[in-house]
Design a protein around this ligand. Structure first.
Ligand code: ADP
Length: 225
């Protein structure tokens, strides 16, 4: 589904990714681990087409995503949902409006928005906080809104960059359970984390990075650093 073919990324001579090659299959749950600076975020930015590789290519199906023209790139981006450590919610919009906005951007109709926003908020167990602003939500609740926003347009892949990095253990557990549920429903998940407990509890594929390279790729890995 996503195939990295010898991806190298250099920032002013600093090698962030060094000839990375690997494949993520449909419906896989893949965790990326590695010390700070190993290249995890840069790798996710390549999939999100926020950065361009210095060399190599990434195929999504049979499509070279970094060769897409603007219109097709827009369509490709809708297939990817993203979640970040800092939530990235719009502060002056309610939970409902944050998600509705993502649907509007994807060209969805008002009736779809009215039906789907409550549905995804229920899915993350936030049906009762629909009209709250981000400042009125806890960290765990904010991240659940961000997850609802990431999945509302039914992406093929969810990218989660340190989604539990600023959460306590109970909220971390809940977020991981939601990501597992999304994966069980058929969405590919690519997660980066520093949390050993998260990795060990998942029991899914773990790719370990070091200095821009993949040094381990275990089908049912544990956290080894
Ligand atoms: P990780 O997510 O594993 O902590 P990153 O992908 O953020 O690692 O960073 C990998 C390397 O690339 C690091 O050496 C980092 O300093 C460098 N790097 C990342 N982004 C930039 C940037 N925008 N400009 C210059 N160097 C960068």
């Amino acid at each position: 589904m996503i195939h990295f073919d010898k991806i190298t990324k250099k920032y002013n001579g600093c090698v962030a990714l060094d000839e990375i090659s690997f494949t993520v299959k449909p419906k896989e749950f893949v965790s990326l681990v590695g010390h700070s600076g190993a290249g995890k975020t840069t790798l996710l930015k390549m999939i999100l087409v926020e950065e361009r590789p210095s060399s190599g290519s990434i195929l999504f199906g049979s499509v070279n995503i970094h060769a897409l023209k603007r219109n097709k790139l827009h369509k490709y981006r809708r297939k990817i949902g993203a979640i970040f450590q800092d939530f990235r919610l719009l502060p002056n919009k309610t939970a409902f409006e944050n998600i509705a906005f993502a649907m509007e951007m994807a060209g969805r109709s008002d009736s779809e928005i009215a039906a789907d926003v409550p549905y995804v908020l229920e899915m993350v167990d936030l049906g009762d906080k629909m009209w709250n602003f981000p400042r009125e939500l806890s960290g765990g609740e904010k991240q659940r809104v961000a997850i609802a926003r990431a999945i509302v347009n039914q992406p093929d892949v969810v990218i989660a960059d340190e989604p539990t990095g600023s959460l306590d253990p109970i909220n971390t557990y809940e977020i991981v359970q939601i990501l597992k549920k999304i994966n069980d429903l058929g969405t590919t998940v690519i997660l980066t984390t520093h949390n050993k407990g998260v990795i060990d509890s998942l029991g899914k594929r773990v790719i370990t990075m070091e200095k821009g390279r993949i040094i381990r790729d275990d089908p049912t890995g544990r956290y080894v650093l």
